[in-house]
Write a protein that binds this ligand. Structure first.
Ligand SMILES: Nc1ncnc2c1ncn2[C@@H]1O[C@H](COP(=O)(O)OP(=O)(O)OP(=O)(O)O)[C@@H](O)[C@H]1O
Length: 918
């Protein structure tokens, strides 16, 4: 910013020469301020070019303001110059002997000629420049009126540095170049218009130099420029831009800025300018130049023009004054603001000083504290080091002590541990012995408890069985009671019918009585007769009923006696038909006795040692032989008597024996096989026996013997899946066999038998062999228990029908079985052999019968013993390929057939007796 000093009286003092602060007119701002304020000028703010056009307002720095009174003073000064200086000079000019020295030359009048600078002398030093100004100023005459300000107060309105660096000659010479002049400036145009050459006073001054002088005196300036060097004092003072305007002189007061004047306004031609023309024109023109009046007239004309220009300048000046005023106001505002800021800065500075003082004191205090702290720290450091050494020593001591203690404790603990280990080992051994002893006792106790439990279980099972039997008895009693009740109801119905009949008859009799009243005696005799006849009829009916029951009993006795006479073990043979030519050649089997159908002849081929093949017919005789054409119906006709025996309370066992594929299953379990037919027959018989006061319950179970193990065919899964193991229990008193954990199904309808057979067939173990893909490798036993009671006679019978489908009896070699299959075959053969042994033992009447040698014989113990009825079907394959096996089977059957097993006994008892059993 610019100096903030407010205006004061000192600021108006005359600045030293050469100072940038030039003088200022009274009441005006200094030059610097003027320059600064120039930036606030509206034109400047609008970005107007710094080089004004001739029509534009003059630059601000040329507008050093003057009061109006000074304007008049300027005019007077100019007039004064004209009257007292120029005109007399011009009048005396003819004789004037001008000293046209190049530098520092003066006129004879004593006025020093201005220095002329060429373009090559632009390196003038500032001191020389100032000296030149001073010299010029010294050459200037003091204004007589004293109005003009002192040269020291002149503000040179230095436009810029470049301008200042230029010499006066340069500044005077620059506008002289025609090419640099504006095309048409107001001044030029005006001067042109009035006939004045548009040349500067400096040029006039330069051209005014006498030729003789230039020729007589050696040039001191640079060649080529001396011609233009002005030696005319007028050109120095009035020449446009020839020198910096002197403060307070007309150029500045008139608003002529040296720099702008050079470029914008040419100084009007003066009387001196005519010299050039005169010189150019020759002697005539020189003579004319002494025409004072003419020159005066020209001066006047020029004066007028200058006055006009001056007026114009005044107008511009007013506008500039307004701008200056505005700038002044703005400056004063800024100064006030500056003052405020200065005050604020002062306050802040005071605060800063105060804070700095505080900071200083605190710094000092801090230094003091730091010193104290350092002292204390050192002191504590030494103390700490001492303490540390002491503690280290103590710690070492304690460590040593602890180490010794730890060693001691370790040793003691080791001793204690060893002692404890010994002690605990002894105790453990004792405890182990005691535990093992207790374990043994517990095991023994557990074994005995388990045995007791088993016995208890058996007892419970038996009780359950007995309770079940008792319940069945009760049920039978209930059924019997219901039957009796039904009979009674029937009797009551009959009685009511009889009563009705009797009532009818009574009514008839009453009618007859009424009819016979006339013949009373005859009628009463007739009535008595009829009554007697009725009683006779009733008695006869009762006698007939008793006779029927007696006859049924006798029939049973006779039937079973007949069965006994036929033998308790019977053997029948059945030959199945050939199923197709693909099966192979049929064997030669004959049935010679068609009447009795008890013989079968098998033709066997044999090779002798000579290799001759001979045919041999082997006859076999059995209770009955069924040819291939015989159906199951006819076969069942033969066994139905045994089924009846079961209903009568006998244990009946029917076997199917034979090789694989011989037709065992077909005979036993096919849809029209023995099992379905037997059950159907039983149902029919039971229904019929109801008329004879017999009621039956029938329940069945189906088991198989596979690899000498018993399996329930009505319960799926295996023992490994949680299936309970089956156990065979024999009741010797009742001659009954019970299979524990075996499912028993009450067969109260024929459909249940079919379902049971299907289920058993699915569960049956079937394995493939090379002999037959669906060969049965197990013995299946269908157990049918029949319990019948007669409500009329109080009889009770309990029989069992066992229908056994034996496994294939083929030989091991022929089956070519391996591994598991071989084991199966061995078990099958073993069980079949066992069966033969049992039968043989029974036939021999041996005291010991090896029932327990196989599961099968053990299961069928009471069905094979002396008080049972046994039928064995030996099944024969019709194929030649199976001939050997056929003969083996027939031989085994013959062996069985020749065995006589005791006499069968029924289990029939009176219900009363049975009741006493429990
Ligand atoms: N009397 C018959 N009439 C018609 N076909 C029969 C007769 N007997 C058996 N078959 C047929 O012979 C084949 C073998 O019979 P089956 O399966 O009953 O023999 P198997 O002795 O039971 O054999 P496995 O010991 O393998 O059980 C079956 O296809 C069966 O239908």
């Amino acid at each position: 910013m610019y100096p903030t000093k407010p205006h004061s009286a000192s600021s108006q003092r005359t600045p030293p020469i050469g100072s940038r602060k030039q003088f200022r007119c009274p009441g005006e701002v200094n030059t610097a301020s003027t320059l600064r304020l120039s930036t606030l000028h509206p034109l400047r703010r609008r970005g107007t070019s710094p080089v004004p056009s001739p029509r534009e307002d003059p630059p601000l720095f040329t507008t050093v303001s003057h009061p109006p009174t000074q304007t008049g003073a300027l005019l007077l000064s100019l007039s004064y110059l004209l009257v007292h200086f120029l005109i007399p000079r011009m009048r005396n000019g003819a004789n004037a002997n001008m000293d046209s020295t190049e530098n520092g030359g003066t006129f004879r009048s004593g006025i020093r000629a201005p220095r002329v600078h060429t373009s090559t002398t632009t390196t003038m030093a500032p001191s020389a420049y100032l000296q030149e100004i001073t010299n010029s100023d010294q050459n200037a005459r003091p204004h007589p009126s004293g109005i003009l300000p002192s040269k020291r107060t002149y503000n040179g309105a230095v436009p810029d540095r470049d301008a200042k660096r230029k010499t006066l000659a340069e500044r005077a010479g620059e506008p002289l170049a025609k090419s640099q002049l504006p095309a048409a400036t107001p001044s030029v145009s005006r001067m042109t218009g009035i006939g004045i050459k548009p040349t500067s006073i400096a040029s006039l001054a330069s051209t005014h130099q006498p030729p003789t002088t230039t020729s007589s005196r050696p040039p001191t300036t640079i060649p080529g420029t001396s011609r233009h060097a002005s030696t005319n004092s007028f050109s120095r003072t009035m020449g446009a831009g020839s020198r910096p305007p002197i403060s307070g002189r007309a150029p500045s007061s008139m608003g002529f800025n040296p720099s702008t004047t050079r470029t914008t306004r040419s100084r009007p031609a003066t009387a001196m300018s005519g010299r050039s023309a005169e010189e150019d024109g020759g002697p005539v023109d020189q003579k004319k130049s002494w025409d004072v009046d003419g020159r005066l007239h020209e001066f006047e004309t020029q004066f007028k023009e200058m006055k006009e220009a001056f007026d114009t300048t005044l107008t511009d000046r007013k506008a500039l004054e307004e701008a200056i005023q505005f700038a002044k106001n703005r400056s004063s505002d800024l100064e006030r603001e500056q003052q405020r800021l200065v005050d604020q800065t002062t306050q802040l500075q005071a605060q800063i000083n105060s804070l700095q003082n505080d900071n200083l004191s605190m710094q000092q205090e801090k230094q003091t504290l730091i010193l104290q702290f350092e002292g204390e720290r050192q002191k504590h450091k030494y103390e700490l080091q001492d303490k540390s050494r002491e503690h280290q020593h103590e710690v070492e001591e304690i460590k040593r002590g602890f180490k010794a203690e730890v060693e001691q404790m370790k040793w003691e603990h080791q001793q204690a541990l060893e002692a404890m280990e010994r002690k605990y080992r002894t105790e453990m051994k004792e405890q182990q012995a005691q535990n093992s002893k207790e374990l043994q006792e517990l095991r023994a106790k557990l074994g005995s408890e388990q045995e007791d439990m088993n016995l208890a279980v058996l007892r419970k099972d038996r009780e359950i069985q007995e309770l079940r039997s008792f319940m069945e008895g009760l049920k039978l009693d209930l059924d019997r009671e219901q039957t009796v009740k039904g009979n009674l109801q029937k009797k009551m119905a009959e009685m009511s019918t009889t009563n009705i009949t009797l009532e009818d008859r009574l009514r008839g009799l009453n009618a007859k009585i009424e009819f016979l009243e006339s013949d009373s005696k005859q009628q009463s005799d007739s009535f008595a007769h009829m009554e007697a006849r009725l009683q006779d009829a009733l008695r006869v009916a009762e006698e007939a009923r008793e006779k029927l029951i007696k006859e049924e009993t006798e029939r049973r006795v006779l039937f079973n006696k007949y069965q006994e006479l036929k033998g308790n073990i019977r053997v029948m043979c059945r030959v199945r038909p050939v199923l197709g030519s693909s099966e192979g050649n049929p064997a030669q089997i004959g049935f010679p006795d068609e009447k009795t159908s008890a013989q079968i002849d098998v033709t066997q081929e044999e090779k002798n040692s000579m290799g001759m093949v001979s045919r041999k017919v082997v006859p076999f005789e059995f209770d009955r032989v069924f040819a291939p054409a015989v159906h199951n119906e006819e076969i069942f006709g033969e066994i139905s008597q045994l089924v009846q025996s079961a209903l009568d309370g006998y244990n009946v066992c029917i076997f199917c024996y034979g090789q694989t594929g011989s037709g065992k299953t077909y005979t036993m379990s096919s849809p029209d096989g023995m099992i379905p037919r037997a059950t159907h027959m039983i149902y029919e018989t039971i229904t019929k026996l109801k008329e004879k006061s017999w009621t039956y319950t029938m329940e069945g179970s189906f088991v198989e013997v596979y690899n000498e193990e018993l399996h329930d065919l009505l319960t799926p899964g295996r023992e490994s899946d949680g299936k309970k193991r089956l156990e065979i229990r024999h009741d010797d008193s009742r001659k009954q066999t019970t299979v524990l954990n075996c499912k028993t199904v009450a067969l109260d309808s024929p459909d249940k038998v079919e379902m049971m057979l299907k289920q058993a067939q699915n569960n049956r173990s079937v394995a493939a062999t090379k002999a037959n893909e669906r060969s049965s490798r197990s013995h299946s036993v269908f157990i049918l228990k029949l319990v019948g009671e007669n409500s009329a006679t109080n009889e009770r019978c309990e029989g069992t029908l066992n229908l056994v489908d034996l496994a294939g009896s083929e030989r091991l070699k022929h089956s070519q079985a391996e591994g598991e299959r071989m084991r199966e075959t061995q078990n099958i053969n073993k069980s079949l052999a066992c069966l033969g042994d049992v039968i043989e033992a029974l036939g021999r009447g041996s005291g010991h019968v090896p029932y327990r040698n196989s599961k099968l014989t053990h299961l069928l113990q009471y069905s094979l013993s002396g008080n049972s009825k046994t039928l064995m079907f030996v099944m024969v394959s019709p194929l030649e390929a199976h001939l050997k096996e056929t003969i083996t089977s027939l031989r085994f059957a013959t062996k069985v057939h020749n065995t006589h097993i005791g006499t069968a006994k029924s289990t029939k008892k009176l219900v009363k007796d049975r009741a006493t059993d429990f």
